[in-house]
Design a protein around this ligand. Structure first.
Ligand SMILES: [Zn+2]
Length: 199
């Protein structure tokens, strides 16, 4: 019963890792076709977000897309998640709006904070993002850059939740620190909860 409940609340509801992210030249660079399976929702979300990135920021490199899941899901070597087709690893932008060749660690100094923020904002705008994981050094760099542009601190804190803040289970669309996320960001894509009808 517990398994069923968990399955219903995560990937299974959105259809499992049944769809392969297609090649999309100019929008994204897919890393490994065999590790590019996800739910229809994550595939749509990545295509939509990268299409909008390319349209609005033609000077930026296409986004490198690393691991999603293997076909049908299940454990994936090197990951504790990526087993349900709801997770994807995306490349970070470095100075000049470039995506490094492969996922190598990026220093906070080298991070293109503006371009990486645009990617994060575009993903969040889909409303399909449950959370994004990123190194704290990168988070601090983007927070600082946003503050320098006059972005309201309250809005910055709403996305890049200050460390130590307790999050309720239903909080979505936040960027949080995770170790080993200096080379990429990890995005989890799940359907937004149904709107509560107004009586
Ligand atoms: Zn990941």
């Amino acid at each position: 019963m517990l398994t069923l409940v968990l399955a219903l609340t995560t990937g299974a509801l959105a259809g499992g890792a049944t769809e392969r992210l297609p090649e999309a030249p100019g929008l994204l660079d897919r890393w490994d076709a065999d590790r590019s399976w996800g739910t229809p929702l994550i595939v749509d979300t990545l295509l939509h977000a990268t299409r909008r990135m390319a349209w609005e920021n033609p000077h930026l490199d296409p986004v490198t897309v690393g691991d999603l899941s293997v076909r049908g899901g299940g454990p994936m070597f090197g990951h504790s998640t990526h087993d349900e087709g709801i997770d994807a690893d995306l490349g970070l932008f470095v100075r000049g709006g470039r995506q490094p060749d492969g996922f190598t660690d990026v220093t906070a100094d080298d991070l293109d904070a503006e371009a990486t923020w645009k990617l994060i904002a575009t993903l969040l705008d889909t409303e399909n993002v449950q959370f994004i994981l990123l190194d704290q050094g990168h988070i601090d760099r983007i927070r600082g850059w946003l503050a320098s542009t006059g972005y309201p601190q309250e809005a910055i804190d709403a996305v890049f939740v200050p460390t130590g803040t307790r999050l309720t289970w239903d909080r979505r669309g936040v960027v949080r620190h995770a170790p080993n996320h200096r080379s990429h960001l990890h995005v989890r894509v799940t359907p937004p909860p149904p709107a509560v009808p107004l009586n």
